[in-house]
Design a protein around this ligand. Structure first.
Ligand code: NAD
Length: 332
């Protein structure tokens, strides 16, 4: 969308309209696990806001969806403060934008080109805390600073170890998801019971984890892939790929499809491969995450208020064509 000819006041008005629409969709999606539009529609509107705020930086507000992670927590759950924030990911929608991201990083850092390519699992982020190797607390991302305590629900998931292979203190992050087969069975059961089906496996996983009765979660057959460490008193790995193997050795389930890439061509090949294989996987993926492989470099690159600077999500085009496109009508 071009914003040519807008003055600052008009730009601020349009940004306010976009924010209001995005906040409404985010509320439906994050708080009620019941989106009314496809992710691609949300993403396109979000991009319009990014473009507008980039052109008019003075109109950015601290509560803009571009400046904050996820959203609300549900009443009924104890709140958990994340000492190390749980962030979102920056995203790109074309190979060209992906190449720009990698070029920018590679040209500013005089380090060997090494990225870890991972599948972007279509679930929701969870954080798991272990003390002396024992699982003590699990939480949702919430707004990145404060999440919901869902320990009892996470304890019903088989892929989450109650006890690690070593008695260490660690906080691990990853994705909780609902396999496609469980999703299909759940929606069939819901329809037979006259209940509304979940829109997608991500929303079904989120709705299933944020249940006050853990028995309901237990029936939903959720699973996890862990991919990050927030806090660890004994980390040996110095690469992202090494970290995944270390997590596996501790007893976590990691996604085995990760691959280290040494060139943009290798990243391209990985993206194309999993775009092709996507439908045949037992779980949903909505893109590929490309991460700087060196952990010291990840730390030195740091993060913005919302996303790490050392990673990017390449989002796949939506699986189904959107027939109804809801857009904001411009009133300039
Ligand atoms: P996101 O889902 O685009 O990406 C960030 C998340 O990816 C991380 O927090 C993590 O949970 C996940 N992830 C999966 N695999 C990963 C891996 N291997 N490594 C690292 N992270 C991985 O961002 P978000 O902030 O969670 O959600 C924003 C997105 O949600 C939007 O882009 C949109 O698609 C969707 N959304 C849709 C609606 C709607 O109404 N349809 C509303 C709000 C948001």
């Amino acid at each position: 969308m071009a914003f040519e000819g807008l003055n600052e006041k008009q730009a601020a008005d349009q940004a306010a309209q976009l924010r209001s629409q995005l906040n409404q969709w985010a509320d439906e999606y994050y708080t009620y696990d019941s989106p009314s539009v496809e992710d691609a529609v949300y993403d396109r509107t979000y991009q319009q806001l990014v473009e507008l705020e980039t052109k008019f930086p003075q109109i950015v507000t601290p509560d803009s969806p571009t400046q904050k992670v996820g959203d609300h927590t549900l009443p009924g759950f104890t709140k958990v403060q994340h000492d190390i924030a749980m962030l979102s990911l920056g995203d790109v929608f074309s190979k060209e934008e992906l190449g720009d991201f990698v070029d920018r990083l590679t040209s500013t850092e005089s380090v060997p080109f090494e990225y870890n390519c991972e599948l972007k699992i279509d679930g929701l982020a969870v954080s798991l805390r272990y003390e002396n190797g024992i699982f003590v607390q699990g939480s949702t991302r919430g707004n990145g600073q404060i999440g919901e305590d869902i320990t009892r629900n996470l304890k019903t998931i088989k892929s989450i170890p109650r006890k690690l292979s070593r008695p260490i203190n660690i906080e691990v992050r990853g994705e909780c998801y609902m396999p496609k087969a469980s999703f299909a069975a759940l929606n069939e059961e819901r329809q037979n019971n006259g209940q509304a089906p979940f829109a997608n496996p991500r929303n079904a996983a989120a709705g299933s984890l944020r249940q006050l009765d853990p028995k309901v979660t237990a029936r939903r057959k959720l699973s996890t892939f862990m991919y990050n460490v927030a806090d660890y008193d004994d980390l040996k790995a110095d690469t992202q790929s090494g970290l995944l193997e270390e997590l596996k050795a501790l007893g976590f389930t990691i996604n085995p499809s990760y691959q280290v890439a040494h060139s943009m061509t290798e990243i391209d090949t990985y993206v194309d491969k999993y775009q092709q294989l996507r439908d045949g996987l037992a779980y949903g993926i909505d893109g590929i995450v490309i991460k700087v492989n060196s952990l010291p470099l990840q730390r030195s690159l740091g993060a913005t208020v919302k996303v790490p600077r050392w990673a990017i999500a390449f989002k796949f085009p939506p699986e189904e064509v959107q027939t109804v496109v809801r857009d904001i009508e411009w009133t300039v």
